[in-house]
Ligand binder design. Structure first.
Ligand SMILES: [Zn+2]
Length: 260
């Protein structure tokens, strides 16, 4: 599989980077073998176009949770698909409980008259509770409980097991927690958030906490993402410091491509 980091910043677009989201090639099998994405923040569509990634190739869009920096670009994706790209291929959207209601609500807020118009492509929503998985076209997407929001919200860490047998975990936004560790155990690459150098940083993970937790990750390749200004400013120093138990540490950068 091949991972393109479309965006690598937190909600504040720290250091001028796009909201965190990811484009994954080679996860899906079959005739079309399109791309899979994880999250789609407000800056995602601009990112795809800047990077030369055709949104029509997107077959499976997976959301970790329903905060704006992870879903805010969704109306633009749909509008672009309806009117500019004239998409015909079906699109499947997988996300936490309430994903359809929230995203269709977002459409109604942004474009009231268009939200109810018939779309020229099939749009299907699939809800994923923690512990459940979605499997189709050779890929399995499994949800694990993230520690980021209070009930009734059920944010997810995701494990994507591709048709090729390779796998990757995505933390979404979360404190370092058992669900994240379970999602990452044994995968080929983990993409996990590191929103600040140290707490307090809300319900997020920080470099200080990763220093304690990385050795328990069960995955030797780690990309830290969702970076805040303070982390971004210290990337060279943090890279040379490294994390115990992590053989290959990287910090996410917009447009970077990694093999999985
Ligand atoms: Zn976020």
């Amino acid at each position: 599989m091949q991972l393109t980091i479309v965006g690598s910043a937190n909600a504040s677009n720290a250091a001028g980077r796009r909201h965190s989201c990811y484009w994954l090639e080679g996860a899906l099998a079959g005739e079309r073998a399109g791309a899979l994405m994880v999250d789609f923040g407000g800056t995602a569509l601009a990112g795809l176009k800047e990077l030369g990634l055709d949104p029509r190739r997107l077959d499976l869009l997976c959301f970790t949770h329903l905060h704006g920096d992870h879903v805010g670009g969704y109306p633009f994706l749909v509008i672009d698909a309806m009117y500019d790209l004239r998409r015909e291929a079906p699109l499947t959207v997988v996300g936490p409980l309430g994903v359809e209601e929230r995203l269709e609500g977002l459409m109604r807020v942004c474009y009231p008259s268009l939200a109810t118009k018939e779309r020229p492509f099939q749009l299907r929503y699939v809800e994923l509770a923690p512990g459940e998985s979605f499997a189709e076209q050779g890929v399995e997407v499994r949800g694990f409980p993230a520690d980021h929001q209070d009930p009734p919200e059920q944010p997810l860490c995701l494990r994507v097991s591709g048709a090729s047998g390779r796998s990757a975990a995505f933390s979404g936004d979360t404190r370092i927690c058992a669900g994240l560790m379970a999602a990452a155990k044994g995968v080929d690459l983990t993409v996990a958030e590191c929103s600040a150098l140290a707490p307090p940083c809300g319900a997020h993970s920080t470099w200080l906490e990763w220093q304690d937790a990385a050795a328990e990750l069960g995955c030797e390749r780690l990309i830290l993402t969702h970076l805040g200004e303070d982390v971004r400013a210290k990337v060279p120093a943090l890279l040379s410091e490294g994390l115990a138990g992590v053989r290959e540490l990287a910090f996410a950068e917009d447009g970077a491509v990694h093999s999985v």
